[in-house]
Write a protein that binds this ligand. Sequence first.
Ligand code: NAD
Ligand code: ZN
Length: 256
Amino acid sequence: LLGEAAHLQRLVDDAKAIVAFCGAGISTESGIPDFRSPGGIWSKMEPITYQEFMASEEVRLEDWRRRFMLDEIYSKAEPNIAHRVLAHLVAEGRSPGVVTQNVDGLHQRAGLSPEYLVELHGNATYAHCLDCREPFTLGEVRKMIEAKGESPRCPDCGGFIKSAIISFGEAMPEHEMRRAFELANECDLMIVLGSSLVVHPAATIPLFAKQSGARLVILNREETPLDDVADIRFSGEIGALLSALFPELSGGGQGK
Ligand code: NAD
Ligand code: ZN
């Protein structure tokens, strides 16, 4: 680890504009299971696609049951060193922004200002109307379901209300995609943190960064399809590596 940490330290110190590209692997140390690691909750359930959600009342109710179950996990979790390091780099002016596939809200809770966060796959901590985009809290949704026994509809326009994540089969958010590519173009160091890099189009962003002249570093336990393109890849635990680089941020507690 010492050699790896020193190498990464040098890259970070030399960089002027660091952009992290994050996946579920940065939140596993906060107790949130990732998508593809064995034994994760996802190995036991198929994701619900956008088209399935739109087509069936039964599926919509099942989607809400899962959302409320995940919300219990998300709200009990605390940000970890990775979330704190990224918030710190932005606050210090060393990073123009963070691109994340995570929907758990831990970046914000670690103090990262929302204007510097690009959430490619949305946010699971609230819901919105799919037609008019009116936002709703999960508490409001829960009350609507309990009152009617049906999946919730927008009081303004009658559209379906869905958790504000981007489901498989749903259109990517245009503004966020544009900002992610801008950041990839602008950075001189892109660090992939805890992503299997198999979900597209998100995974094209680190490749674009590399093609635009940035150094590409991958921190991931398992292999990824971009390992050959990366300048360096580290296969250790994210928390251990970042604690070695940022010991002042490694204690718990100061994340809130
Ligand atoms: P993924 O599960 O496909 O990949 C996570 C990767 O992180 C794996 O390759 C795993 O080996 C690695 N990893 C896990 N813990 C690690 C650690 N401590 N140190 C180093 N590596 C570690 O996740 P993905 O690439 O983000 O794609 C999954 C999709 O599911 C995304 O679209 C995301 O939106 C969604 N998702 C989000 C969350 C969340 O918000 N926390 C959780 C599950 C799934
Ligand atoms: Zn509406």
